[in-house]
Design a protein around this ligand. Structure first.
Ligand SMILES: NC(=O)c1ccc[n+]([C@@H]2O[C@H](COP(=O)([O-])OP(=O)(O)OC[C@H]3O[C@@H](n4cnc5c(N)ncnc54)[C@H](OP(=O)(O)O)[C@@H]3O)[C@@H](O)[C@H]2O)c1
Length: 282
C-alpha cells in the first residue's frame, strides 16, 4: 500500500484515499470528462457516481471518462431508495451498468434509507455480487443505529462502506458514525468534503488558518481540508471538481499529512459541534 492509499474496509483493497465525486457534472460534460481523466492520471481512481445524478446522464459522462481504462478505476454507483425493491434494484443496477458501459461495479450503495425493507435490497445486492455484477456493496447516509441494524441483518463484513456528509462545517459523524464504521470494518466515504462549494471564504478567520497551514506545505486550503478529514484511517474523501485546476489541487491531498499542531489549529478553527440525531441527506 502506498502513502496515497488506504485499506477499503472489509474489501481489504488498497484504494486512493482521495477519489472523485460527480454530482452536477451534467452541467458541463466536456469539462467534466477532462477533469475526471486528469484525476485518474493523478491517481484519484475512485470515482463516485449515482443513477440520480443528471437522471443517469452523469453515468454516461463517467463512461466517457473511463473509456479504455476500466481496470484502473474503482467505480461506485448508487441505487435510489425508491428503486430499491427486489426487482427495482436488479433493474436499476442493470441500467447503471449499461450507462457506464461496464460489466461490474466495484461498489454499489443504497443512496439513503428508504421505504423498501433493507433485507430485500441487501438480498439483491448479494445476488448481484454472486452473479459478478457487483464486487462489493454498501450504504450511504446511515447513522450509527441504522448501521448497527443493517449489520444485524446481514452479519459482519458484508457492508463495505457507508458514504456520509463530512466537511469542516459539518463534523457530526465524528460523534458516533465514524466509530461505528470502524467497529464494523466499513470504509467511511466523506461526501461534500468542501460543503458543496460552501468553503470558508478568503479573509475569514478559519480560512486564514487553512491558508497558513497550506502555505507551509505548498498546497491549497482545499487540500488541507481534505487531509484534516482523512486523519482517521477509515476515511476516504470524494471531492467533486469540474475544473482541471481544482482536480490538480485536490490530488495533492493524496499524500498530504498534517503535523499534530497543524491538525489542532484546524480543529480549533472548525469545532466539531454537538451531536445531533440523524445524518442529513443530499
Ligand atoms: N451519498 C450522498 O448522498 C451524496 C450527497 C452529495 C454528494 N455526494 C458525492 O460526493 C461528491 C462531492 O460532493 P459535492 O459534489 O456535493 O461537493 P464538494 O466536493 O464538497 O464541492 C464541490 C465544489 O467545490 C469546488 N471545488 C472542488 N475542488 C476545488 C478546489 N481545489 N478549489 C476550489 N474549489 C473547488 C467545485 O468546483 P468545480 O466543480 O467548478 O471544479 C464545486 O463547486 C459528489 O459529487 C457526489 O459524488 C454523495
Amino acid at each position: 500500500m502506498t502513502s496515497a492509499e488506504r485499506r477499503f474496509g472489509s474489501t481489504g483493497r488498497a484504494l486512493p484515499r482521495v477519489g472523485q465525486g460527480t454530482w452536477m457534472m451534467e452541467q458541463d460534460p466536456e469539462a467534466a470528462v477532462v477533469a475526471l481523466r486528469e484525476g485518474l492520471d493523478l491517481g484519484m481512481t475512485l470515482v463516485d457516481t449515482a443513477e440520480m445524478y443528471g437522471s443517469g446522464g452523469v453515468e454516461q459522462i463517467v463512461r466517457r471518462a473511463i473509456a479504455g481504462r476500466r481496470d484502473d478505476v474503482f467505480l461506485v454507483s448508487k441505487v435510489l431508495p425508491h428503486n430499491a425493491s427486489r426487482q427495482g434494484t436488479r433493474e436499476a443496477c442493470e441500467r447503471s451498468l449499461q450507462r457506464l458501459g461496464v460489466e461490474q461495479l466495484d461498489l454499489y450503495l443504497l443512496h439513503w434509507p428508504g421505504e423498501h425493507p433493507l433485507v430485500e435490497t441487501f438480498a439483491v445486492f448479494d445476488e448481484l455480487q454472486r452473479a459478478g455484477k457487483l464486487a462489493a456493496w454498501g450504504v450511504s447516509n446511515f447513522d450509527a443505529d441504522e448501521l448497527d441494524a443493517a449489520v444485524r441483518l446481514v452479519g459482519p463484513g458484508r457492508i463495505a462502506c457507508n458514504q456520509v456528509l463530512y466537511h469542516l462545517g459539518e463534523r457530526s459523524i465524528e460523534h458516533a458514525v465514524r466509530a461505528s464504521c470502524r467497529e464494523h470494518d466499513m470504509a467511511l466515504m466523506a461526501y461534500s468534503p468542501f460543503g458543496q462549494g460552501d468553503f470558508p471564504v478568503p479573509g475569514s478567520p478559519g480560512r486564514a488558518v487553512l491558508d497558513d497551514v497550506a502555505a507551509a506545505h505548498g498546497v491549497s486550503a482545499h487540500a488541507v481540508a481534505l487531509a484534516f478529514l482523512m486523519t482517521d484511517e477509515s476515511v476516504f474523501t470524494i471531492p467533486k471538481a469540474s475544473r482541471v485546476e481544482h482536480t490538480r489541487a485536490n490530488a495533492r491531498a493524496l499524500t498530504l499529512g498534517l503535523a499534530p499542531d497543524q491538525w489542532a489549529r484546524v480543529d480549533e478553527a472548525f469545532p466539531r459541534g454537538p451531536a445531533r440525531a440523524g445524518v442529513p441527506m443530499l
